[in-house]
Design a protein around this ligand. Sequence first.
Ligand SMILES: [Zn+2]
Length: 258
Amino acid sequence: MKNLSRRDFLKLGSAALLAASLPRLEFAQASTPKPAPLIYHGSTRQRYVALTYDDCYLLKRLQDLEILLDAFPEFKITLFPVGVAIENLNRQDRGIWNRFHDKGHEIGYHSWDHKNFGGLSTQFVMDDYARWLDALSNALGFQPLVRFARPTFGSLSPGFDALCRAEGLVSTMWSTGWGGALADGLRAAQRSKNGDIVLMHIRTEDYETSREAYPWMRENGWGAVTLSKLYDDLLIDEHHLNDCEGDLGTSLTRTCME
Ligand SMILES: [Zn+2]
């Protein structure tokens, strides 16, 4: 055998190492796909919060919230109704989901009937989403663009993540909650931070907190935005941050210095 120089040996060594590592790398990538985007809050540079209301079983409270929001047209919210509530409320008040949609509010997925997806198959979750989307599309009269999904009980199961990946949904948690007794809800509201995602439900206590908190927010310069607005601003922030870190020589622009 021909004598190998040290350099040849190193080349051979690294090539062999690379070849040996490739199949394992491919295997690792195939078996652990990148999880769906997951958010807990928005940009800390924005003096707004995203108010989110889950479940939406109670027609009267959703109607009350609609009237309240009419007095705050600059505030936009996101609803996370379960599928059975979409059907029930539309049966009792035809067009209620259209009205929220038309006024610029957003609707996200929160399961058909509030099952905990932990331990359930991906196929089950996919079917559940299809049923929910059908109910919403039937209520609205068209298939809306759905961007956000909140897991029941905040349980981020593999099936839920697989659904979000397959359907291009952003898995959505929260950074604060204004639920519970009025005094607790208002205290939480006053402690909120820029870009918070606020968890509430369509129920009496949370409606009363909203009724008191909205005027306080307006007086104190707080905005309320949909999750789409919050998420798009967050992506813009991250894009600028990457620009600034990636090429300091050319991109130390005003945006990066802000
Ligand atoms: Zn829920």
